[in-house]
Design a protein. Structure first.
Length: 355
């Protein structure tokens, strides 16, 4: 005998009452799981191969690490990405050369080609090197700039040369930049055997070669590759459809038959073959981890000893904290900029130079 209710009216009334009551529920769309993963791991999940391939994989990661700094004293370089004028990320080599504190941009002369780079500052040649490979460099888009950064605990001026890599080049610059890096002081080559190039195809083959590790097993899972040695059959009916496991009420591993209710003790092996193999791998990983920790500690002690032996760093070329502090960025319209530029030219604050 009740009249039919209008569902839409009822919902609207409840929503209005909620708003009048002083609270309002914001309904947000669910975030896709991919976006959640990307927030925690912006570069994607890290591959982890099986134990037999871990050394090879770690060596590959160390060789392709973009954060590695190739330091040669008078210059150093890294491989990474830089945002170009169009806002796209481009593969590039970042070459940095320390400068004296009185050097300005007008004192720098750079001659760059696909085969050679020459840097001259105040008439002094800082770099005159041949590239190890002449097929990757995009000369037209590469540029340099002067910036102030901390170099070995000293604020110094550094010439930062961004060497862009051609879009169609499949090679990564991770081993050598200049030809001189491949030779020792006595002229011998570091590696007489010709090494393979670090390119896209080799990296894809390396990744495809990695095998996924077996899932980590708990103590109640019995997996084995030697079923015939473990008597995987029912002692009551002879069926091979048995499950070997250890329930919380069992004192040992038992064989549970799927075709009959018969339960019998499993063959005693101390541990299942899968768990035994897993335990051996865990022990090997623990030993490897302890060895790596000892090596890192020894490396830190050696670096600390070198720093104490070297003493205080040379601060003769240190740039003061208030370097260019008086400069401020100003925004002008086109007409205002034209007037300011014309006044500066008349006063002689800006001089044209022919390079």
């Amino acid at each position: 005998g009740h009249p039919k209710r209008n569902t839409c009216t009822t919902l609207l009334t409840v929503g209005a009452m909620a708003t009048k009551g002083g609270y309002k529920e914001n309904i947000e769309p669910p975030v896709p799981p991919v976006m959640k993963r990307s927030m925690f791991a912006p570069h994607g999940p890290q591959l982890r191969p099986q134990y037999e391939q871990e050394d090879e994989w770690n060596e590959f990661l160390e060789r392709t690490d973009t954060s590695k700094v190739h330091d040669f004293g008078r210059y150093w370089w890294t491989y990474g990405r830089d945002e170009d004028d169009d806002g796209y990320l481009r593969e590039a080599v970042f070459l940095e050369v320390p400068l004296r504190k009185d050097v300005e941009a007008k004192h720098v002369r750079a001659h760059l080609s696909t085969r050679h780079l020459k840097l001259t500052v105040q008439g002094e040649t800082l770099l005159d090197e041949d590239f190890e490979d002449s097929k990757w460099l995009h000369v037209g888009e590469s540029y340099w700039e002067i910036e102030v950064k901390e170099v070995k605990k000293v604020r110094r001026k550094v010439l930062r040369y961004v060497l862009y890599i051609m879009m169609e080049c499949p090679k990564y610059i991770t081993q050598w930049l200049f030809m001189s890096e491949k030779t020792e002081d006595d002229g011998r080559y570091v590696d007489q055997e010709e090494e393979e190039e670090d390119n896209v195809d080799d990296r894809l083959r390396m990744i495809a070669k990695m095998k996924e590790p077996e899932p980590y097993r708990d103590a109640d899972i019995w997996f084995s590759e030697t079923e015939e040695e473990e008597e995987r059959w029912c002692d009551g009916c002879g069926s091979t459809r048995v499950v070997v496991m250890k329930k919380h009420t069992d004192a040992k591993y038992m064989k549970y038959c799927n075709d009959c209710p018969f339960v019998s003790p499993a063959k005693e092996m101390g541990l299942p073959t899968g768990l035994l193999k897993q335990r051996d791998i865990d022990e090997k990983r623990a030993r490897k981890k302890r060895l790596k920790a000892r090596k890192e500690e020894a490396k830190k002690r050696m670096e600390a000893q070198k720093e104490s032996t070297a003493g205080e760093p040379d601060r003769s070329e240190e740039v003061p904290e208030d370097y260019k502090e008086e400069e401020r960025t100003k925004i002008f319209t086109r007409e205002e900029f034209h007037d300011v530029l014309q006044k500066a030219l008349k006063k002689g604050e800006i001089k044209w130079e022919d390079y």
